[in-house]
Design a protein around this ligand. Structure first.
Ligand code: ADP
Length: 484
């Protein structure tokens, strides 16, 4: 029998995106369909979402949902069912999804996303006739209150609904002052250490994690890491207390978008059998960045320029990279101090190091297709996508041994090379010496063309499409519904 799952998210491709969450929420329904799971997505009615709805069928009207009139409207997310929370007072705004035009958080974010959660819990409780759901899957703090409402203030006569809380990044927790609690419409009993209360305020992600049947995060290693203070960001105790109810499922990549054999953005398409054709992409990339053409390794970076991504350590290592004959093309945007550091490095090494500040999807494809190796020195990385694109494109990943990076790249140590399974390089600890040593290792192996090609081919053959991830989520849902 088919399973009906309600996925609650604050963004999803192709309608709205600010980060990786949107890719996951957008891809999951399609990945689950072959496994007999019908996933309906609930999204806030931002202008871009409302514009994407063709024939609006109203499923329910609220006179007041946490203080605003609202409607639930049926639509489509690609080929899959969508329900939109149309509440103009909350979501019809110019600016970002979470921030005003001055890039400050909207002051009522707690109310906007509590409303999303309330609507989700109502839907799961059977609010709309003919729409039943076996399970609720909430993504990140913006959706987490769905599970708190299901637990503490369910609609009448609904039986307990199993739930999954997925954490895409523990750094964002949705923490609000105590005064917001009485506006949420939850019973007094919800104000407890195992409910929504967190350090004297309302902790939305925390509340979802307490209520969820299972917590997942986007890689097994990150699931393990968040049991420790360094990665748990205050919630490590809660994570540890949930024991084996915390799991990791790696994200997939969209293999139609990211396929080097058919990528419209690249000059010279290639497969693992025609790796020589990459050279034309490398030459084009050197020209585009104004780098000296050369046969030595061309490193690339495609990243937000932040502390999380270890970009301060990258700045420190630029002289080393250029000193051993490497070249670097970097695309990114973010912190002004890091931008300045990178630009100074490029000025010190003209022709060897070049940076492009901005966000450019097409250029990121050309970089993966023409670069020899990508550097990903993240301090923490729940899953990471750039190393997965790199693997698919024969651009060898050089990554910090953390989170999803640890789970998806096989270090070219002696054992892995002897077994013929290595796909890249890992280093331990994000600091100058570790990154510099990893760059040196990659540089050395690059000059053994047979070994290097094996790394490239192994990576290109690895399957990080949504096929495996979709199967893993479907299996988890069945486990939970079977037990409910
Ligand atoms: P995060 O979501 O933490 O930023 P991920 O590696 O999971 O890190 O995903 C980042 C995504 O954003 C990747 O698809 C990457 O290619 C893309 N990206 C990051 N910075 C840029 C940029 N400046 N231009 C184009 N794409 C970028």
């Amino acid at each position: 029998m088919g399973l009906a799952v309600l996925s609650v998210a604050s963004e999803a491709v192709p309608l709205v995106k600010t980060g990786g969450l949107a890719d996951v929420a957008g891809a999951l329904p399609g990945a689950l369909a072959p496994h007999g799971v019908e996933m309906t997505t609930l999204l806030p009615g931002y202008p871009a979402v409302m514009a994407g709805i063709k024939r609006a069928k109203v499923l329910h009207t609220y006179d007041s949902l946490l203080g605003q009139p609202a409607r639930l409207i049926a639509g489509k997310l690609g080929a899959q069912p969508l329900i939109v929370l149309d509440a103009p007072g909350f979501f019809d705004r110019q600016g970002g999804l979470y921030t005003d035009p001055q890039a400050r958080d909207w002051a009522d974010n707690w109310r906007r996303f509590a409303a999303l959660g309330r609507a989700a819990a109502d839907l799961a409780g059977g609010l709309v006739k003919g729409r039943r759901f076996d399970l609720v899957h909430a993504h990140d703090w913006q959706a987490a209150m769905a599970l708190a409402y299901l637990r503490f203030a369910p609609v009448k006569r609904s039986k307990p609904v199993p739930s999954v809380m997925t954490i895409h990044n523990m750094a964002f927790q949705g923490y609000y002052p105590k005064e917001t609690f009485r506006e949420l419409g939850l019973p007094r009993s919800a104000w407890s250490m195992t409910g929504v209360e967190y350090h004297g305020g309302v902790g939305m992600l925390k509340a979802g994690m307490e209520a969820a049947s299972v917590i997942t995060t986007v890689s097994p290693t990150y699931a393990d890491e968040i049991r420790n203070p360094e990665f748990g960001m205050g919630l490590e105790g809660l994570v540890a207390s949930r024991g084996d109810r915390v799991r990791g499922i790696v994200n997939g990549i969209d293999s139609a978008d990211w396929n080097p054999a058919s990528d419209p953005h690249i000059a010279s398409p290639f497969t693992e059998r025609t790796l020589a054709r990459r050279t034309a992409n490398k030459r084009a990339l050197e020209a585009e960045f104004g780098l000296e053409p050369g046969d030595g390794p061309l490193f690339i970076v495609v990243s937000r320029l932040t502390w999380q991504k270890g970009m301060d350590v990258l700045v420190e290592v630029l002289d080393h990279l250029a000193g051993i004959g490497g070249r670097l093309a970097l695309l990114g945007s973010g912190d002004a101090a890091l931008v300045a550091g990178l630009q100074e490095g490029a000025a010190r090494h003209p022709g060897k190091i070049a940076v492009r500040i901005g966000y450019d999807e097409a250029l990121s494809h050309r970089m993966q297709a023409g670069g020899d190796a990508i550097l990903v020195p993240s301090r923490f990385e729940p899953c990471g996508l750039t190393q997965l694109y790199a693997l698919a494109y024969g651009c060898v990943p050089v990554v910090a041994r953390t989170g999803g990076l640890a789970d998806t790249v096989i270090d070219a140590n002696l054992a892995a090379r002897a077994a013929g399974v290595a796909t890249g390089f890992q280093f331990n600890g994000v600091n100058y010496h570790a990154l510099a040593a990893a760059i040196t290792r990659a540089n050395a192996l690059y000059y053994q063309p047979g070994e290097w090609k094996t790394l490239q081919r192994n990576g290109m053959k690895a399957d990080f499409s949504w096929t495996n991830s979709g199967a893993a989520y479907a299996q988890l849902y069945r486990e939970l519904v079977g037990k409910a």
